[in-house]
Design a protein around this ligand. Structure first.
Ligand code: DC
Length: 212
């Protein structure tokens, strides 16, 4: 069974995808990490993330980079969003993501275009949303917890900028697949969001006739 979990930044899709993978015993790929690695590699090379050639060169990042804690920073997230606009970058990362989805027994992938481009054949497609305010507050608390002295207003701005870029790009923009189930986590805590996702997954898997 392939489970596709898409949604904007800080919607809770990563937490949900990880929990679904543990619950259903499936491997999980955070595809945003691949784009973050490309963005980080471009930064390390002194390149320009808005330049298609520099961004494509970043796709040859070593696998060891995936464990770099710097990948989790807001700065790298911004770079990732900028390199992800280039069709050549998306194409370069496609095979790796599709191979992960195709493994025996299935997989959980989370990102922006899993249900629409990487695995349009997924038996289960979830699209996780939350208000900008709720997402910003979560991210703000997380950043403050890491010692970052950032204001909530600044986090709201960053999230709005990232949403606009992820939704507005012409190649594989962030949008729900027509058959995706929406999960709004605005007023749900972690456990309630996970419970809603498990229920939605079981229902969607039943509807698709999946046997496992
Ligand atoms: O999910 P994230 O914040 O780690 O993703 C970082 C950026 O990577 C996001 O702003 C857009 C890009 N991305 C993408 O274009 N497609 C994906 N499947 C995953 C992430």
């Amino acid at each position: 069974m392939i489970i596709a979990v898409d949604g904007p930044t800080a919607s809770g899709k990563g937490t949900i995808a990880k929990a679904l993978a543990a619950h259903f015993g499936l491997p999980h790929l955070d595809t945003g990490l691949l784009y973050r690695a490309v963005g980080r590699q471009v930064f390390l090379d002194g390149g320009d993330p808005d330049d298609a050639g520099d961004a494509l060169a970043g796709c040859t990042f070593p696998d060891s980079l995936l464990a770099d804690p710097a990948l989790r920073s807001e700065e790298t997230g911004g770079f990732a969003s900028r390199v992800s606009i280039h069709p050549a970058v998306r194409e370069a990362l496609f095979t790796r993501q599709r191979a992960f989805a195709d493994q025996d027994g299935g997989a959980v992938l989370d990102g922006r275009d899993i249900g629409t481009v990487i695995a349009p054949d997924a038996q289960v497609k979830l699209f996780v949303v939350a208000s900008v305010e709720a997402r910003a507050e979560r991210r703000w608390k997380e950043l403050r917890g890491r010692g970052d002295d950032i204001t909530l207003e600044h986090v709201i701005e960053m999230i709005e900028r990232r949403d606009a870029r992820d939704q507005g790009r012409s190649d594989a923009p962030l949008k729900p697949a027509l058959d995706a189930v929406m999960i709004d986590t605005t007023v749900l805590d972690r456990d309630a969001a996970i419970a809603a996702a498990i229920e939605a997954t079981e229902r969607a898997a039943d509807d698709s006739g999946h046997q496992d």
